[in-house]
Design a protein around this ligand. Sequence first.
Ligand SMILES: Cc1cc2nc3c(=O)[nH]c(=O)nc-3n(C[C@H](O)[C@H](O)[C@H](O)COP(=O)(O)OP(=O)(O)OC[C@H]3O[C@@H](n4cnc5c(N)ncnc54)[C@H](O)[C@@H]3O)c2cc1C
Length: 223
Amino acid sequence: MRIVEPWIKVEKIDGIKIMKRIERACRTCYRSEGSITEDSYKKLLNNCITRGHESVLEHEKVTVRIYNDIGSYKDLTRHRFANFSVESTRYCSYDKDKYGNEISFINPVYIEDKEIYETWKNTMQEIEKSYIKMKQLGATTDICREILPHSTAAEYTMTANIREWKHILSLRTTKHVHPSIRQVLIPLLKYFKEEMPEIFNDVAYDEEFKPEYYAELKIEEEI
Ligand SMILES: Cc1cc2nc3c(=O)[nH]c(=O)nc-3n(C[C@H](O)[C@H](O)[C@H](O)COP(=O)(O)OP(=O)(O)OC[C@H]3O[C@@H](n4cnc5c(N)ncnc54)[C@H](O)[C@@H]3O)c2cc1C
């Protein structure tokens, strides 16, 4: 059994370029492309967002790759305007060499009580033992997945347009949301706030969530 930390990879974006491309698309509505200046996108985006003319944000998209527990994608895949490619628990057989012949579980670092944490850990160990035993007895991966818990680590790629990201990040970074999701999405929101302040600055998040719980955010050319 491996206890692993979550991470989120995001493709390297140029926020100003994204916002300028949205501006250019939006100005089609008023045929005001001639009014574009170095920073005209700021006022235009502000007007669009405050007036609810948000469909223009759908012209641009961002893809991320997330390594987190199954529970996190169970919740995130409810968002109908995002696209997902999720590691298959039907196909990936964790007793294989490729996976180190073991199951990886995401460390629930936010469980602060030692006794509760130990109980979680012991349970994961028992689950892994049973998974391997079932495999040895000839069970298919389909059958073995029945005993995988929410804590099982999995990778998924998620793509959404800017409007949907704004919606998802508004809903999924508050204190009402499971900590495993806050771990990955608060760092992403902070990155978007830096890159695209005119779009994301008004999105509130759980500022009391401890930064030491944040997942590592990796910014890469190719994810
Ligand atoms: C804190 C929290 C707790 C939750 N608890 C539960 C729970 O206990 N059980 C449960 O089942 N779910 C739960 N959910 C999931 C929630 O009900 C939504 O299914 C999920 O968040 C997707 O949100 P959405 O529909 O706004 O988003 P998206 O699917 O991303 O849609 C974006 C927006 O498009 C519009 N839209 C999309 N489809 C339609 C449509 N068919 N008709 C009209 N407008 C549409 C809406 O404005 C919507 O907000 C919870 C979510 C949160 C954030």
